[in-house]
Design a protein around this ligand. Structure first.
Ligand code: EPZ
Length: 436
């Protein structure tokens, strides 16, 4: 297993452009399965989750070709509607195929998806929503067998604004007969991007980004060439890395509105922030101060995906911080690893109380999930001495070439294989393969 070796204590500074958003490109790739033709994603990020999604699409009969950032999915030849458990278990977004397969073939056979172990993460809202559209879904030994003669538009009320359930229902509704209204829908910007993609293909969807989304079904979809939105979570992570090290960063490719809640917290911590149309400039103080109380919640609240990176910031900020995650019930695993670096964090249920220490110290730590791994990287960059972050396959899922990006900001970081050799990041064959 590869690891990152980081020599901390250096302020980061410079400019970075974010990649395309993982949590936008994954549902969009799933949606290509219902579009018979050659869809092109112009700026596809190099992430292991993207590679895994392409493997699923390939298994279903799509032809995938990739030239650098340009990814083409030819879904004309799709002939399977069943996904093996091993593929489903690699990531959460495999469940996004349910809606598109029901749309395309009237059936889908999958099982409970994988993904970061940050809570129970059931799929009941996905099942309820698809059933409301007249899909018949039976659950046998962990497998989800979905059938739909004809999907029919309906009113769907989500008891919780689930991002994935909103996206799955939206994709199924595109092919349903009649109109679908999703109430209490998730409002994340990535859902707006999925709407924009599907409307560019010929769908008629309105209201994404608000709690009520209306979909006029039955429209024919044609393939398009599409540019996915920037990754606000990747961008927020880099801003926090600059903030943790007392540095500065000019970040390009995201709208400040996508991370308004996070920028407000960084300002409370003492950062000076300037906002442009598609860029943010951050100048950190030599030492951050506690933001007080922060609760991670559905958008437009503070993003749960930036809650772990925030823990790292608070670990060496002045004062005591109280961080609550109202989205996932078990998303503080990295606290134990941060404690190995000298952090003083007490976790009680969905809340972590962080007493800031003057300086973290380098240690050997282990990533246990994607954003917790990013949090360890931030802590290592701020700490004095050397840190080794192990199990970085978790980080590869959501950050392409993380080390290269941080090196451009002046970080002293090396990616090493298990036998200690320097390596080049997400395995080359995974990202430059001509035809998966
Ligand atoms: C998406 O996960 C993202 N993943 C997550 O990002 C993100 O943290 C999350 O949305 C919240 O913003 C992708 O888009 C691929 P949810 P998802 O359904 O769809 C409960 C990352 O680090 N729930 O909004 O799984 C669930 O247990 C990843 O990039 C049900 O109870 O999130 C959780 O407590 C991590 N029943 C809450 O809702 C359901 O059927 C939020 O889940 C579905 C969800």
């Amino acid at each position: 297993m590869d690891s990152y070796h980081i020599w901390g204590g250096k302020p980061l500074s410079g400019e970075l452009a974010v990649s395309a958003a993982k949590n936008a490109v994954l549902p969009i790739l799933a949606a290509t399965a219902m579009i018979p033709g050659e869809t092109i994603i112009e700026n596809c990020p190099e992430l292991s989750d993207v590679h895994n999604m392409c493997e699923i699409l390939s298994h279903l009969g799509c032809r995938i070709t990739r030239e650098g950032a340009l990814l083409q999915v030819d879904a004309k030849g799709l002939f399977r509607c069943s996904i093996p458990e091993a593929m489903m278990k690699r990531m959460r977004s495999s469940v996004f195929l349910a809606g598109p397969l029901l749309s395309r073939c009237g059936r889908a056979e999958l099982c409970a998806p994988g993904g970061c172990a940050i809570g129970s993460r059931p799929t009941d809202l996905h099942v309820q929503g698809l059933s409301a559209l007249s899909a018949e879904i039976s659950q046998q030994q962990g497998r989800l067998l979905c059938r739909a003669g004809q999907l029919l538009g309906a009113e769907v009320f989500l008891s919780y604004p689930s991002v994935g359930a909103t996206e799955n229902i939206l994709m199924a509704a595109v092919s349903a007969k009649g109109e679908t209204v999703i109430r209490n829908a998730a409002r994340e910007p990535e859902i707006v991007d999925l709407q924009n993609f599907l409307n560019a293909c010929g769908a008629d969807i309105r209201g994404a980004g608000t709690e009520e989304i209306r979909i006029k079904g039955g429209r024919r979809l044609s393939p398009v060439r599409y540019r996915v939105m920037g990754d606000r979570i990747e961008g927020g992570t880099y801003l926090m890395a600059a903030a943790a090290t007392g540095g500065s960063l000019r970040l390009r490719g995201i709208s400040p509105q996508w991370i308004a809640a996070e920028l407000s917290v960084l300002r409370r911590m003492g950062c000076r922030i300037e906002e442009g149309a598609q860029e943010v400039f951050l100048q950190a103080p030599s030492r951050l101060r506690s933001p007080g109380e922060v609760t991670a919640q559905p958008w437009p609240g503070f993003a749960t995906d930036l809650q772990s990176p925030l823990l790292s910031l608070c670990a060496s900020a002045e004062g005591t911080s109280t961080i609550t995650d109202a989205v996932f019930e078990r998303r503080f695993q990295c606290a134990r690893q941060l404690a190995l670096m000298g952090a003083d964090i007490e976790v009680l249920d969905r809340t972590a109380v962080v007493r800031g220490v003057p300086m973290l110290r380098g240690s050997r730590v282990c990533a246990q999930d994607l954003r917790g791994g990013a949090a360890l990287m931030i802590a290592a960059l701020a700490a004095e001495g050397k840190t080794i972050v192990e199990n970085i396959c978790h980080i590869d899922r959501g950050y392409g070439k993380f080390d290269i990006a941080l090196q451009t900001l002046g970080a002293h970081i090396e990616r090493r294989s298990a036998d200690g050799r320097k390596t080049a990041g997400v395995s080359e064959e995974q990202t430059t393969k001509k035809e998966a």
